[in-house]
Design a protein around this ligand. Structure first.
Ligand code: PLP
Length: 394
């Protein structure tokens, strides 16, 4: 076998999201692109803000000494300064440039964090449903995921999290606004979660970190205020990406922000900077670092996603589907009318509709619709959603 047994095993249970995306390419050939409605991938379709293009043009036309050279592995100090100033306002915690490490997106940030924190066999608590790559990231660092179901409305089940702790628990990994459910955790929940972490730290005499994966931080609806994790939790690490807020996932730019009072701050920072290097990233892309330093606080028009959410939710609810209306992100997690969500996703596929089965997110009995698509795609897919449901109801 040309690949290791481990990777061979991973390939077979590799991401459903990618699988559906690839099947979509085949379906386009079979049915014609106009008859395929692809809701499989969270590839943002709202265009990047004009400030991004302007900053990119300006930066690309500059001629500075060493602008393409290696840099400190944590990134350009001026970019980290700009982010720290922005986050100090936003998170209501005084951050300095040394608390920020530039990364290759949130994916890079999470891998760097887990490799820094975990010894082989250390456990990471992950509420389900969850972004399925987490399992691979934890494995990359030799850790063990401890999957803990959320409540019926996808809010955190704090008692279940409390019970999942062992002396090997090193971190809790949360994601709010959540992929795939769109759920936002409120301030009260974060505060209680932080209390649990402190309780367990006292019990096990070991630091436990709250890793908050926040690539959808700005994509919230109906005036909901996302609580600042750092305000409530001293041992918090934020993994952020510009992929969704600027619609630039191909550019691979994000950061890690560490609470200034984090346990063993200097060691963790040093470890992360080393891991950014030895995981092979070396540093986050130079050009993008210079761009985002100029446009802190700029974001896509979130109103467009909210309009799409409303269009989809109204349409599907009129068909008879049931779901919890998302607070944010551009995902809708819909209850499958039959227990076998994979079979239901296949049935939708027969009508050219590509979604992702909930089982791929540790949430069987549901399917995910990524509605970062043209309004017309939503409108044209609704009859197919209705017919598939009717087929199973009769
Ligand atoms: N975390 C979550 C919850 C995501 O949905 C994604 C991407 O879709 C990532 C992390 C990775 O983000 P990026 O590709 O920007 O690194």
């Amino acid at each position: 076998m040309p690949v290791s047994q481990k990777i061979h095993g991973m390939l077979s249970r590799s991401s459903w999201i990618r699988k559906m995306f690839e099947e979509g390419l085949l379906l386009r050939k079979k049915l014609g692109p106009e008859n395929v409605f692809d809701f499989s991938l969270g590839n943002p379709n709202v265009p990047p803000p004009c400030e991004f293009k302007n900053a990119l043009t300006e930066v690309a036309s500059q001629s500075l000494p060493g602008q393409h050279a290696y840099m400190p592995n944590a990134g350009y100090p001026e970019t980290r300064e700009a982010i720290a100033a922005h986050l100090t306002q936003k998170f209501k915690v005084p951050l300095k440039f040394e608390h920020i490490i530039m990364t290759c997106g949130a994916a890079g940030a999470l891998n760097v964090t887990l490799k820094t924190l975990l010894d082989a066999g250390d456990e990471v608590i992950i509420p389900t449903p969850y972004f399925v790559e987490y399992e691979f990231y934890v494995d990359n660092a030799g850790g063990v995921p401890r999957l803990v179901p959320t409540k019926k409305d996808f809010s955190l089940d704090l008692e279940a999290i409390r019970s999942a702790f062992t002396e090997r628990t090193r971190a809790v990994l949360i994601n709010s606004p959540n992929n795939p459910t769109g759920r936002v955790y409120d301030a009260e929940t974060i505060k209680e979660l932080s209390d649990i972490l402190e309780e367990k730290e006292r019990l096990y005499q070991r630091a436990v970190y709250l890793i908050s994966d926040e690539p959808y931080n700005e994509i919230v609806y109906d005036g909901i205020a996302l609580p600042s994790i750092m305000e409530y939790c001293r041992n918090s690490i934020i993994a952020y990406s510009y992929s969704k807020c600027l619609s630039v996932p191909g550019e691979r730019i994000g950061y890690l922000a560490l609470h200034p009072e984090l346990a063993e701050l200097e060691d963790v920072l040093g470890g992360m900077i080393l891991c950014n290097r030895i995981l092979g990233f070396i540093n986050a892309p130079a050009l993008m670092q210079r761009v985002i330093a100029r446009i802190q606080g700029v974001q896509v028009n979130v109103g467009e996603y909210q309009r799409k959410r409303d269009l989809l939710c109204e349409g599907l609810s009129a068909c008879g589907y049931s779901f919890a209306k998302p607070d944010g992100t551009f995902y809708l997690f819909v209850r499958s009318p039959i227990a076998d969500d994979v079979a239901y996703v296949r049935a939708l596929q027969q009508r050219g509709i590509l979604t992702t089965p909930g089982v791929g997110f540790g949430g069987p009995g549901y399917f995910r619709i990524a509605y970062c698509v043209e309004d017309a795609t939503i409108i044209k897919a609704l009859p197919g959603f209705a017919e598939t449901l009717q087929e199973y109801q009769n």
